[in-house]
Design a protein around this ligand. Sequence first.
Ligand SMILES: Cc1cc2nc3c(=O)[nH]c(=O)nc-3n(C[C@H](O)[C@H](O)[C@H](O)COP(=O)(O)O)c2cc1C
Length: 365
Amino acid sequence: MAAATWRTPLCERLGIRHPIFGFSHSVDVAVAIAESGGFPVVGLAREMPHEIPAILAEVERRMGDMPYGIDLMLPSKVPQEASIDGLRAALPPGHVDFVEGLRRRFDVTPPEKPSFFTTQVRSEALFDAQIEAVLASNARGVATAIGLRADLIERAKARGKLTFSLVGSVRHARKALAMGVEVLVAQGYDAGGHTGPVGTLSLVPQIVAVAGDAPVLAAGGIATGAQVLGSIAMGAQGAWLGTLWMAARENHTPPALLARLIASGSEDTLITRAHSGKPCRVVRSDWIDAWGEPDAPEPLGMPMQQVLTGDVFASIHEHDDARLIYEAAGQSVFAIEAPTTVAAQFERLVADMDSAWRRLQGFAA
Ligand SMILES: Cc1cc2nc3c(=O)[nH]c(=O)nc-3n(C[C@H](O)[C@H](O)[C@H](O)COP(=O)(O)O)c2cc1C
């Protein structure tokens, strides 16, 4: 029997072969996802705004007319404008001392290369610069997480872009729909990155129930084809995966981080505010664990926690520090077993959807 293909209305609309949406900060991963028949979403929230036009130009040069999306994080309650040096001077001395103590304890050396984490602060001015760059691109989809901006949604739609919003609750979903968002990504507690308290399996049917005609995608903890098919069975039009791609060669994952992800199971991820100031699921390391020790202060809010610790995150990635390295990662980390490629991951996901379908057919009376 030939393998079934699962082309939901959203797949048809976007012209993709598989109902698999892949979030990644890596252009190489995004290109490979597009070539494998999925819909890539390039995360731009960690890029320096002046670099975004060149990144998107590269994406478009390499993808030709294959569709892709971009993603921005737009939290509210950030300063209008901010300089990292100005905010560093305003950090609470107790927190500065604590982090200084950790730097000494773990021998953290300063990063050598400038990066988002050492030079940028999330502010409205930064978001404006990111938005302008994104609107000027040919991206077919524009996704936002953590916050919503009515002007971005309106302007993206006016340029023919499909708007997506990551939502973690029915309240968020209603707000996004009221602002005119067209696709809801129901992202559960299991997900890597910033998450809410409701698990994906419980969240998806609730979001489907309020979405009306708006397509819903399921996100969080999904790493197998059976889960993708299960999401469609629950009313979603596809699944949105993030963690899985970190196993792909195209992600250029630092070797120590890849080794940690391979060795980790779902229970080795936890939700912490230590990374960004907002609850974020990451894979544990000694750095993350240090923030759970009895003498540790409560992490600061967003963006101040990253002003406090951004250089450490940059350093442990730059130096591939086996003891401290961590990254946003979902409970889906269970499926990271060995280094691989995006094409092999797609082959496996699609074959697994097919065997799940046959299994179901076998049970149908
Ligand atoms: C390393 C990493 C970075 C992420 N960064 C962002 C981001 O910048 N913006 C965003 O909307 N989601 C981000 N996410 C969340 C993904 O969009 C997605 O919802 C999530 O990965 C789905 O759950 P999974 O990790 O179990 O597949 C990130 C996820 C990971 C693993």
